[in-house]
Design a protein around this ligand. Sequence first.
Ligand code: SF4
Length: 233
Amino acid sequence: MNRTPAEATAGDGLQPPAVAVPTLRITEIFWSIQGESERAGLPTAFIRLTGCPLRCRYCDTSYAFSGGALLTLDAIVAKVRAFAAHYVCVTGGEPLAQPHCRELLRRLADAGLDVSLETSGALDLAGIDPRICKIVDIKTPGSGEVERNRGDLLPHLRGTDQIKFVLCDRADYDWAVARLREFDLARRCGVLFSPCHGWLPAPDLAAWILADRLPVRLQLQLHKILWGEARGR
Ligand code: SF4
């Protein structure tokens, strides 16, 4: 009996089931200088995933909350490879909010890339490939999202990972110092103290860190020094 192609695939068991191709919703993929973390200054390919369940008061990437385009993981890796990049940073939004993010991280590492992940402390860090450098943003009271910090982050952090505190004022600083000491964070991984752009003067934060002799790194957002608020930088 002759069948039309539609009949031949309509659940008669003769055709293999369609396999869903994993995709991610992407706001932008671009080539720039890494502006944050211990990798600041390195030429880096950035993959900015769309969407974030948080709403930090100072968010500078709200344009990534919605929109974007669906891309297959193959297409994303191909775009990054076209930059001939050595370093790649997966960021957002909140990249871990999309289920296939972990698979993308693994695929990028398999491709021989040196991969970092920028994530808030609000999502589960389990199951992330150990080759990935995690940069975890612990939300302070000034962010308006302090209640979202998970209590199970520390077991997932390794010496090559980094914890970042974006500080809005002196109260945030005091809160972060208390967390630093309570959990002995500097012995676990790198710790970054970053003044919130436009809220806390960097010289003030530098003076506090020096006065308290903290084992943390003062982080300025290098990309904003270079290019201001320009998007895709
Ligand atoms: S977690 Fe990051 S992307 Fe999400 S609202 Fe906060 S600053 Fe913006």
